[in-house]
Design a binder for this molecule. Structure first.
Ligand SMILES: *Cc1c(COP(=O)(O)O)cnc(C)c1O
Length: 392
């Protein structure tokens, strides 16, 4: 196997604390404070150019981002960028490029058709028993390929007009809803108190069994995962958290500590990666990522094919490559480490699993299957004999 020394480094949990900020007199207390991190986010071209040399494509991208999806990068996450590498996988995720203003005929402002599935503003009810509740339009940092860039960050024309009270009433009336997923924007940007009010209200609804939060805060802003936050969350179990990590470098020492703290407070965690060209579109990177996630007690949950969001084609990797990656994991590593690859069907069909084909032939008598090494096997179906006791 090819030895890639760069990947060896990515396999370990490193700290990138201070880095570009080290000579600016930032104290450890400031650095470790999530309010300091938020206040000192990189949001302008000037701030960005203090630290990095930008390409022309990035420069124009940053200038144009103000009318679409704002740029914001926490100092913590910014430090993961490798200045020497113009194709750095961290850089591609958060620094705008001019390609964001290019749109193909297939691309949409609302690729998953969410706006058409909102019975009340901010509540997406697509599946029979669960809802997506968009509680805020703000994130700690903005992913350039955001599926909800039409409403997130405050820069675009459309606004997220969530009516919290109407949403709670809808949830109270719809007794078929047993699972509420809080997302946005990022719910963990709310203060503990504000978030607790929402969780409390949801827990007062008897038919809601299961709560989950979708958040990239543990990755963008690990300082926010305080013991107080974890103690608050653990009062509302069963509560799961879905995080969003795309590249192994994002799992730093500080991120690992935050995730462990959540796990220690009984919060089961899954990871939702987005499949991105030049970020995680090869087996070795993905394998390193899923192994590190397990070490942080996070179970890889979904690998998303990129939604057809306007201006994202420079980050789009082929579906065939995604299937190849899943094939490169299944059987070759821990089953717990393997996410389900899905396409969120364009226009609003929901998540559709996409898998390598392991069933080669299937009829009423037998299935022919192949294993991860390509060997084929036959499995006979049960012979259909009438059973006087069973009615089929
Ligand atoms: C992804 C999603 C969910 C949750 O789906 P799971 O497969 O249960 O994780 C719920 N509602 C909407 C609209 C979604 O996009």
């Amino acid at each position: 196997m090819k030895h890639d020394p760069a990947l060896d480094l990515e396999k370990t949990f490193l700290s990138y604390a201070q880095a570009y900020w080290a000579d600016r007199g930032v104290s450890d207390d400031e650095w470790n404070s999530h309010t300091w991190q938020l206040k000192n986010r990189i949001t302008t071209l000037e701030q960005l150019e203090e630290h990095l040399e930008l390409s022309e494509k990035e420069r124009s991208g940053v200038l144009l981002s103000g009318t679409k999806l704002a740029m914001a990068i926490t100092p913590h996450f910014f430090n993961l960028i490798d200045r020497e590498d113009p194709e750095c996988p961290i850089r591609r995720q958060v620094i705008p490029r001019v390609e964001e203003t290019w749109t193909s005929p297939y691309e949409m402002a609302d690729p998953c058709g969410e706006d058409d599935s909102m019975p009340v503003p901010g509540l997406v009810h697509r599946y029979p028993d669960r809802v997506l509740f968009l509680v805020t339009d703000r994130c700690a940092a903005y992913c350039r390929y955001c599926t909800r860039s039409r409403v997130v960050s405050g820069a675009g024309e459309q606004e997220l007009e969530t009516d919290h009270e109407a949403a709670f009433r809808y949830l109270e009336e719809h007794t078929e809803i047993r699972d509420v997923l809080l997302s946005g924007g990022d719910p963990l940007l709310f203060s503990d108190k504000k978030l607790e009010k929402i969780l409390e209200r949801l827990r007062s609804i008897k038919h809601i069994e299961f709560l989950r939060i979708g958040s990239r805060v543990p990755i963008f802003l690990p300082q926010r995962i305080t013991p107080e936050l974890c103690e608050m969350l653990q009062k509302y179990h069963p509560l799961f958290l879905s995080v969003h990590v795309n590249h192994p470098r994002e799992l730093t020492l500080e991120v690992k500590e935050g995730l462990e703290r959540l796990a220690n407070h009984g919060v089961p965690m899954g990871n939702q990666s987005v499949f991105l060209r030049g970020v995680n579109d090869d087996v070795e990177t993905m394998k390193t990522l899923v192994h590190k996630l397990l070490m942080c007690r996070v179970r890889p949950y979904y690998l998303y094919q990129l939604d057809l969001i306007q201006g994202s084609s420079h980050l789009q990797a082929p579906v065939a490559k995604g299937i190849e990656i899943i094939e490169g994991l299944r059987g070759h590593t821990t089953g717990y480490a393997i996410p389900q690859f899905v396409i969120d069907a364009p226009g609003g069909g929901g998540k559709v699993p996409v898998n390598p084909d392991y069933v080669l032939q299937q009829n009423s008598e037998r299935v022919v299957i192949r294993n991860f090494e390509g060997k084929t096997f036959e499995y006979p179906e049960p012979a259909v004999q009438p059973d006087p006791l069973l009615d089929y």
